[in-house]
Write a protein that binds this ligand. Sequence first.
Ligand code: FES
Length: 106
Amino acid sequence: MPLIFYVSDDGNMYEADVPIGNSVMNGAVENMIDGILGECGGVMSCATCHCYVDEKWLDKTGTASDTELEMIEATSDPRPNSRLSCQIKVTEEMEGLTVHLPQSQY
Ligand code: FES
C-alpha cells in the first residue's frame, strides 16, 4: 500500500497509506486530511479535490484529461501541475507520491 504525502498550504505534512487503485482524493478523505474535500465523491463534478502534484512526480501521475483541465481552470488558483486528486489512481510506482494542497478549495 503506497504511502502518499499531502502537504498543506502552511507547510504541514500529512501521510496516508492508500490502497493501489484507490484515488489520492479518497486517501485524503478516508484519513481525515484537511484540504481535500471530495464533495462529489470522485465523479469529477466538484473540483474540491484540487491539488498540485509535486514536480518530481509529474511523470508518474500522468496528465489531466480535457474535462479535468476545464474543471481545474475553474478553481481559485490553477497551476501547470494542478490535478483533481480524484482522477489520480494510486499505483505501485507511487510510493512516496507528494501532493500539495491549495490554500482553499473554493
Ligand atoms: Fe469532485 Fe474530484 S472529488 S471532482
